[in-house]
Write a protein that binds this ligand. Structure first.
Ligand SMILES: NC(=O)c1ccc[n+]([C@@H]2O[C@H](COP(=O)([O-])OP(=O)(O)OC[C@H]3O[C@@H](n4cnc5c(N)ncnc54)[C@H](OP(=O)(O)O)[C@@H]3O)[C@@H](O)[C@H]2O)c1
Length: 280
């Protein structure tokens, strides 16, 4: 099976390439911004036509949530028009599309876990553009949307790295305590994506590590895992942080459909985090 990974140098795309590289019967084909910028539809078509994949996993996006809020046109161009170019190219070669989406398509007002059937109602531009991308992906034959939350990886910038850097410089760090979600390890999500491909899943699936926490609890866990004492983590509200983009208060995803498909859920987020932090 020939699998093209768009966004192959990102946190998730990189994990997927590592996983697929060692897989018998799979030819993994990385697509980076250098190969095709999502703003250039013709370049996307050209690279997908040349690769002729069986499956395209679209992991590339403008993921800086606050930047999307302040640069709406660029966010639309990359996350919506870029996804349209990918979907058109996928249709052109008769491949299947796996589109990675986000918990931020929900407004967070629900009192429990969001199921794939719950109505999306994004609070910010990033969420709006990702939801539009979902609709485009679902129109491709056999298209699959995988919604995940609070991704972390050992590459590039990450919440854990930020916490560790702050803890080196400050004796007190302030973290939001009124948003709840499931941190999800890109390595675990990559394995789940492969399961979904092998099982020919389509439609919408939610995939996240088990359990949930606030950013405040998450930061405390990072420090505990690294054995860092003497740093106070002070809880604050989202209003106090005052970021350009609003975020959902509740990001918890009901992943039971994925667990039924795979035969088991993903492991708890804190165990996955412990493993990742050993490599940092
Ligand atoms: N991060 C999260 O917390 C989170 C949560 C839920 C869902 N998701 C979704 O999961 C997917 C993977 O996220 P991630 O955390 O792995 O993101 P990431 O680390 O920010 O990687 C995104 C990738 O997209 C590429 N990209 C951005 N703009 C591009 C453009 N114009 N043309 C071509 N490539 C472009 C980036 O390339 P460069 O390296 O060259 O910039 C990067 O490789 C995304 O679809 C995201 O929306 C993420």
């Amino acid at each position: 099976m020939r699998i093209a990974v768009i966004g192959a140098e990102g946190g998730l795309g990189g994990s997927l390439m590592t996983l697929l590289a060692g897989r018998a019967g799979v030819e993994a084909m990385p697509v980076t911004r250098k190969d095709a910028d999502l703003a250039d539809g013709a370049a996307v078509t050209k690279v997908v036509s040349r690769l002729r994949p069986d499956v395209v996993v679209h992991c590339a996006a403008m993921t800086a949530v606050d930047q999307c809020e302040t640069d709406k046109d660029l966010a639309w161009q990359i996350n919506v028009e870029g996804t349209r170019a990918v979907a058109d190219a996928v249709r052109g070669v008769g491949a299947r599309l796996v589109y990675v989406s986000t918990d931020y398509v929900f407004d967070g007002a629900k009192d429990g876990f969001y199921t794939p059937d719950d109505a999306p109602r994004p609070l910010n531009v990033y969420g709006v553009t990702k939801r539009e991308g979902e609709k485009i992906a679902l129109q491709t034959p056999g298209g699959l949307v995988i919604r995940t939350s609070w991704l972390f990886s050992w590459r590039g910038k990450s919440f854990a790295r930020t916490v560790l850097e702050l803890a080196r410089k400050q004796s007190e760090i302030k973290m939001v305590n009124d948003q709840t979600g499931a941190p999800t390890y890109s390595k675990d999500l990559a394995a789940a994506i492969l399961v979904c491909i092998e099982k020919n899943a389509n439609g919408i699936l939610h995939v996240a590590n088990a359990g949930a926490c606030t950013w405040h609890e998450y930061a405390k866990k990072v420090l505990t895992c690294k054995g860092i004492a003497g740093v106070t983590v002070t809880p604050i509200t989202s209003n106090e942080l005052n970021r350009p983009a609003r975020r959902p208060k509740n990001s918890r995803l009901d992943c039971s459909a994925y667990a039924a498909l795979a035969g088991r859920p993903l492991r708890p987020w804190d165990r996955a985090l412990e493993e990742m932090l050993e490599t940092l």
